[in-house]
Design a protein around this ligand. Structure first.
Ligand SMILES: Nc1nc(=O)c2c([nH]1)NC[C@@H]1CN(c3ccc(C(=O)N[C@@H](CCC(=O)O)C(=O)O)cc3)C=[N+]21
Ligand SMILES: [Mg+2]
Length: 283
């Protein structure tokens, strides 16, 4: 079984982006700028945001961390977003999710300038994705597509099953697979005969958020399995798939950690460079 190395692929992409940014910064007058808004002190979110800032530094992207207390009001948070929308040095804005209780994330996402929306979560950019029009794409599913491409794993004409229908992973991933000409089934908690659906797939994408949910008996021999799950368990970070059990069944599989996670950050950097190029070419 091939272990699909997301860590290495993400490092390749960071190096390529670094070289592009270095070559283009003079012509574009300034380096790319990314603002990351972190509300509250959730330890997992702090780790993610630190990793994003480190990856920016490595790539030549100037990152600005906006740290707000968990007690910030909806109005104050919205004011911070509007200020970043108006700031010419900021190309990309990322609002780290989930927000603490009492804050309305969709209202905040709706306020981010779609031209600076490096998460691709604004309704306009989700609409562009649904229509197949260009625009920033959600980082995790876009990173999954790049990971497959760079491993020569084609999806056109293949039967793909996506388990999970979240707005940030399952739903956009299903649309991306569809645009890449896969035949796509989306399964969720109310799917009847879920195991049978998964077993019929040549490509399995697990984004449920339950450790070990996808077991060997559910997977067709030779299938490619992409594990999008990030679950913090007593024994450490775990995906949604029984990795050990699947070793004898799948032809290729992404590990957790070291699979999709690093690709999510690489795609955030790619989206930031893309919006920077689009914005600096305009003025
Ligand atoms: N607005 C927003 N955009 C996001 O893209 C976003 C978010 N909010 N909130 C949280 C989720 C989760 N996410 C991950 C990013 C990197 C790793 C990652 O690098 N994982 C490493 C391990 C890191 C660790 O040890 O925790 C790996 O899988 O190898 C994982 C998960 C982005 N998210
Ligand atoms: Mg998830």
């Amino acid at each position: 079984m091939l272990i699909i190395d997301g860590k290495k692929t993400a490092a390749d992409i960071r190096r390529e982006l670094h070289d592009r940014v270095a070559a283009l910064s003079a012509r574009h007058g300034r380096p790319p700028g990314l603002a990351v808004i972190l509300v509250g002190d959730d330890p997992a979110s702090q780790v993610y945001v630190r990793n994003k800032e480190k990856a920016c530094a490595e790539t030549g992207i100037v990152s600005r961390g906006i740290r707000l207390s968990a007690g910030v009001s909806q109005h104050e948070l919205e004011a911070a977003i509007l200020e970043l929308n108006a700031d010419p040095a900021i190309d990309g804005i990322l609002l780290q999710l989930p927000l603490p209780r009492g804050l309305d994330s969709q209202c905040c996402l709706n306020l981010i300038d779609p031209a600076k929306d490096v998460d691709g979560f604004h309704p306009v950019n989700m609409g562009r994705l649904a229509l197949g029009l260009p625009g920033p794409r959600p980082c995790t599913p876009a990173g999954v597509m790049v990971l497959l491409e760079r491993h020569g794993i084609g999806v056109a004409g293949k039967k793909a099953v996506v388990v999970g229908r979240s707005n940030i992973v399952g739903k956009p991933l299903a649309l991306m697979l569809l645009h890449a000409n896969a035949t796509v089934t989306v399964c969720h908690s109310r799917t009847a005969g879920l195991a049978g659906e998964v077993r019929s797939a040549e490509l399995v994408f697990a984004a449920v958020g339950r450790p070990g949910f996808i077991t060997a008996d559910m997977v067709r021999p030779g299938a490619v399995v992409v594990d999008v799950g990030i679950n913090r368990t007593d024994t450490g970070l775990a995906g949604d798939c029984d990795f050990e059990g699947l070793k004898g069944v799948a032809s290729a599989m992404t590990p957790v950690p070291g699979g999709v996670g690093p690709m999510t950050i690489a795609q955030l950097l790619t989206n930031t460079v893309d919006v920077w190029l689009a914005r600096t070419l305009k003025d």
